[in-house]
Design a protein. Structure first.
Lengths: 559, 243
């Protein structure tokens, strides 16, 4: 915070959403309709699932320390990676940024008192809990071993594990996602404060608009697909069972029609987070605002047309494969537009290395690797070689963990002062960000090589020559674990002992920084009126930046 | 989230509140289209693969009950539209009357659907172990028209000649029949619940020209469920009647 002028000791506001009492104690949380409290409820519950998924991942990595498998039986190994995928994807990654930060920030960012449908917002959290309950029941009564993809007829006929409760849980959880997306879209359409035009929206809100489109259009399809697969399992129907005339490929099409766009549910919000952090710590308007906003929508739209690239080797026509390969390349364009624009924003910016910035820069690096290796996989000829190998595993972890989780943790650091009103130790958190980056790369980069050399995914065993790389990966995973545990501890510590942050500690330009930290239940003392352009540091005397102290680069860095 | 009269605290004006609720319902209906869409896709692919079985399956449905139900549902859409109009022009009594009429017609639809389901049970057309496409003509029930059954028997025999696995493929048809009409019926039941809630409100005189959003958005929902049936009826009942 080298840019903030020295200020007198700050104090927390007397009244804010955390200490406001409506009802008493626990009821005021469980029955709240305040979007900020619901966001914290989500924060707690997705963290539980992150822990469960993390423990399972740890067991996987320990098991793979030796070629023969060090820890569990082959059947248990199948269950480990399946439950890891289910917990992480459906119950952590998909709700993580939207349900926590989207919930907390969208009304604040657009100057509204709450989301459009506060009760539905609370309902979505309860639906999440019910779905999560079913899945935990499945985990604790034998687990499931179908892979998170639930391919039929394995899932609907042959698997002897607890598939039915898991399918029911994910089906139910889908409605939580649908309702969140619906709430965001309507909120962004109808709840904006005076002066908050579409092109003054923060890019975080644009990213969430695009995410919500995917949520409302994709999730119902996977819901009905899993419902059909579940009915097939329960009542021995034949929709996807070839023995009864059904078509397993149809299941895969329907499943990926959601589950590929679901990747964009994970990465788009993280991109939104990074689009907020980069201009703040470069002290410069973001380069190419409209292109970043438009590229979010483009990713959501094109993202719906690439699903069959998961099925290049499962029997689709050459022409279909060609089309889907081409469309998959196409989605790289809007993704690259974002990366170039973030980089251009940094150019001649006045960059400070505050913790959120370190995470955001880490995100860009990891996302570039994850994105570029995605192009390898979209290539028809190469995909036959690396399909279903650790190359794929490494690729999607670079996107989902390196991208989405890095963005999530970065967002946590960026908005933590707004959420709790307090700051966390600066050097420690910068250190944690670097640990996370190093640990992540050490875990997953060796997997690219393993996959290229031919190690298939989902096997509990491997030839001895792959051991060095596997041991490296496991070593990286233990560093990565430290990278998650560190922030978890000092963030919790800071809730009580952290320095009081004040309304706008960075300072940043968004509307959410114009109110108290933590904000009032109604968010703003008076409904704000927006008269400035987004990410404009020059015409904002209220930010307290001394205009002469730091020369600000022109908006587009062209001099 | 406190409330002053009809206005929830997080909105500025009633217009904003109404716009928000209406947009919310439209977006919900978009998700519903995709929800049903997965089943329609499964239907389309299986029907093109097993058209004989689907044709036979379709012909076992009772077209009189199906067509009658279609009329009932379209009538209910009309009464729902009238209820919305009555609320908008402030005719409070008419709102209640039209809502009750809609509720009545919706219940009739569900009752008829129950009768149809029972027929399928009687004729061993529930997917599962006891499923047998042959059953109906081979084992006439009391009151069956023998001449009609003879026709059906001929049809079924021909179908078995074309597709010996018709008992498997017929199960796909009936799985989809029960899945799609069942999901539709579930939506009807939800709609009936919403109507009861509206009727309660209309008895209290809540719906005025200024505030009638609940009637309007439940109306949107009701029309949507009606439209789903307009697609289901030909796809399930009419695909093979030309023979």
């Amino acid at each position: 915070m080298s840019n903030t002028p020295p200020t007198p000791d700050l104090e927390l506001p007397d009244e804010h959403y955390l200490n406001a009492t409506y009802g008493s104690g626990i009821r005021s949380w469980l029955l709240t309709t305040d979007h900020k409290r619901i966001a914290l409820l989500y924060l707690a519950s997705v963290t539980v699932f992150f822990f469960i998924g993390g423990v399972l991942a740890t067991m996987i990595r320990i098991h793979l320390l030796t070629p023969g498998g060090a820890l569990v039986t082959p059947e248990t190994y199948n269950k480990l990676f399946t439950m890891h995928g289910v917990a992480m994807i459906f119950f952590f990654l998909i709700p993580s940024i939207p349900a926590v930060f989207g919930n907390f920030l969208i009304p604040l960012m657009i100057g509204a008192k709450d989301l459009a449908f506060p009760k539905i917002n609370l309902l979505s959290w309860y639906i999440y809990l019910i779905g999560g309950g079913f899945v935990l029941y499945s985990f604790s009564t034998g687990g499931l071993d179908t892979g998170w993809t639930f391919y039929t007829p394995l899932s609907s006929v042959y698997s002897n594990s607890a598939v039915t409760p898991a399918v029911i849980g994910i089906f139910i959880n889908g409605f939580s996602s649908i309702l969140t997306g619906l709430n965001f879209i309507v909120t962004i359409h109808t709840m904006r404060a005076p002066g908050m035009t579409w092109f003054r929206l923060p890019l975080f809100a644009w990213a969430h608009y695009a995410t919500s489109l995917v949520m409302i259009l994709g999730t119902p399809v996977v819901a009905i697909t899993l419902l059909l697969a579940g009915l097939e399992r329960m009542f021995h129907l034949g929709f996807f069972n070839p023995a009864l005339g059904g078509d397993p490929i149809l299941f895969q099409h329907l499943f990926w029609f959601y589950s590929h766009p679901a990747v964009y549910i994970m990465i788009l919000p993280a991109m939104g987070v990074v689009s907020e952090i980069i201009p703040t710590f470069a002290r410069k308007p973001i380069f190419g605002y409209a292109f970043i906003a438009g590229s979010s929508i483009a990713i959501a739209v094109i993202g719906f047309l690439v699903w069959a690239h998961h099925m290049f080797v499962t029997g689709e026509s050459t022409y279909a494969a060609l089309t889907f390969s081409f469309l998959s390349y196409l989605v790289a364009i809007p993704s690259a537009v974002k990366v170039f624009n973030w980089t251009s924003t940094l150019y001649k910016g006045s960059i400070s290395w505050d913790p959120p910035m370190v995470y955001a820069l880490g995100f860009i690096g990891l996302f570039v690797i994850g994105g570029l290796t995605g192009l390898f996989l979209a290539c028809l000829g190469l995909d036959i070689h690396i399909h279903d190998t650790y190359f794929v595993v490494a690729h999607f972890h670079y996107i989902m963990v390196g991208g989405a989780v890095m963005g999530y943790v970065g967002g946590l650091h960026f908005w933590w002062p707004k959420i709790t009103g307090r700051l966390y130790p600066k050097s420690l958190s910068q250190f944690a960000a670097i640990i996370l980056f190093v640990g992540f790369n050490l875990t997953f980069f060796p997997q690219f090589i393993l996959g290229y050399l031919g190690m298939p995914r989902r096997y509990h065993t491997y030839p001895p020559e792959f051991q060095v790389l596997n041991v490296l990966s496991t070593a990286g995973a233990s560093i990565l674990a430290l990278g998650y545990l560190l922030p978890m501890s000092y963030l919790i510590w800071s809730m009580r002992y952290g320095k009081v942050a004040g309304p706008n500690p960075w300072p940043a330009t968004g509307l959410e920084w114009k109110t108290d930290s933590p904000p009032l239940t109604e968010n703003f003392h008076v409904t704000p009126e927006v008269t400035w352009e987004p990410y404009d540091f020059q015409n904002r005397p209220d930010l307290g930046l001394a205009a002469s102290a730091r020369p600000l680069a022109p908006a587009h860095g062209d001099d | 989230m406190h409330r002053t009269g009809d206005l929830y605290g997080h909105f500025q004006t009633l217009e904003q509140q109404k716009e928000t609720a209406t947009l919310g319902m439209w977006i919900f209906l978009v998700t519903e289209v995709l929800f049903f869409g997965g089943m329609f896709l499964t239907y389309t692919i299986n029907r093109s693969a097993f058209s004989t079985a689907f044709g036979i399956g379709s012909n076992t449905l009772d077209i009189t009950l199906g067509a009658g139900n279609t009329v009932v549902l379209i009538m209910s859409s009309l009464t729902m539209a009238m209820a919305v109009w009555s609320a908008q022009v402030g005719k409070k009594k008419l709102v209640s009357i039209f809502l009750i009429a809609t509720l009545g017609l919706g219940t009739v639809f569900l009752g008829v659907k129950a009768i149809e389901y029972k027929q399928k049970f009687d004729h061993h057309l529930i997917p599962g172990r006891g499923f047998d496409m042959k059953y109906h003509p081979a084992h006439p029930m009391a009151g069956d028209d023998l001449k009609e059954l003879a026709l059906e028997k001929k049809e079924v025999d021909e179908a078995f000649a074309v597709d010996p696995d018709i008992n498997f493929h017929g199960q796909l048809y009936f799985s989809l029949y029960f899945g799609m009409t069942g999901l539709h019926a579930l939506h009807m039941i939800v709609g009936v619940g919403l109507l009861i809630w509206l009727i309660k409100g209309s008895f209290g005189g809540r719906f005025t020209p200024q505030y009638n959003t609940p009637v309007e958005i439940v109306g949107l929902y009701w029309h949507f469920v009606d439209i789903v049936w307009i697609y289901l009826f030909p796809l399930l009942y009419l695909i093979d009647r030309h023979r």
